[in-house]
Design a protein around this ligand. Structure first.
Ligand SMILES: [Ca+2]
Ligand SMILES: [Ca+2]
Length: 228
């Protein structure tokens, strides 16, 4: 029995000492999405760093905030006399507030200008086909880094499982048309799939607690001596 115990502790020491040489890292990500800036802010949750009763030391906390946005706009000119030069625009702005993190970001994306003929007879009926209509397709942007933050470890360190919350607000979500020169008297815009997505990622760098390592090593040696 004693022999087995000593063997087990020796294995534990070997594992611990390997971990000391290089700090470990763990990352968590989560996101929330919005379809309108009239929506209420949403909370996003990420795990705190579980220090496992103090056997792990949190060395560093890095928080990255990303965002993406898009919509599919379609236009139809219904003015029987005026042609139009027009582009579609998508604007996204947000804020994300969490422990030690005050982030905000945004982006504006515009399509190329296109030409619309005067109405070709559909009038009030929405028809986004040329020559007087246009489907702009999916207009938007992929994941952009809004900011990188280095909050205090005290906010993220926990003895046991726990979460941190980030409160994300959709400050502005615009999906519109911009006319160059003369604006027609009657036109229609249809917007499908408007979205703003905000992603928060936290990375913890950690190492084993040095004092407990020392005790473990001493305990292993003591057992070894007793066997002799
Ligand atoms: Ca039309
Ligand atoms: Ca038409």
């Amino acid at each position: 029995m004693r022999k087995m115990l000593a063997g087990g502790i020796l294995v534990a020491v070997a594992v611990c000492c390997g971990a000391v040489a290089s700090a470990d890292e763990v990352s968590y990500c989560n996101f929330v999405s919005f379809t309108s800036d009239l929506q209420d802010p949403q909370d996003l949750y990420l795990p705190k760093f579980d220090n496992q009763g103090g056997s792990l030391i949190l060395d560093d906390v890095v928080v990255n905030v990303y965002h993406s946005g898009s919509a599919q706009p379609k236009a139809d000119n219904d003015d029987p006399f005026k042609s139009a030069v027009v582009r579609a625009r998508v604007i996204r702005q947000f804020s994300a507030i969490g422990p030690g993190v005050f982030s905000s970001g945004g982006n504006t994306v515009t399509s190329p200008f296109i030409n619309l003929d005067p109405d070709n007879g559909d009038l009030a009926l929405f028809d986004a086909t040329p020559p007087d209509g246009w489907d702009f397709g999916v207009l938007g942007y992929a994941s952009l880094l809004a900011g990188q933050y280095f909050p205090s470890e005290a906010f993220y360190d926990s003895n046991g499982p726990a979460n941190v919350a980030f409160n994300v607000s959709p400050l502005l979500m615009v999906n519109d048309l911009q006319f160059e020169g003369i604006t027609p008297d009657a036109w229609q815009l249809e917007v499908e799939y408007p979205i703003l997505e905000v992603q928060v990622c936290v990375t913890y760098t950690y190492s084993p607690e040095p004092a407990s390592l020392g005790l473990l090593a001493v305990g292993g040696l003591a057992l070894l001596r007793r066997r002799r």
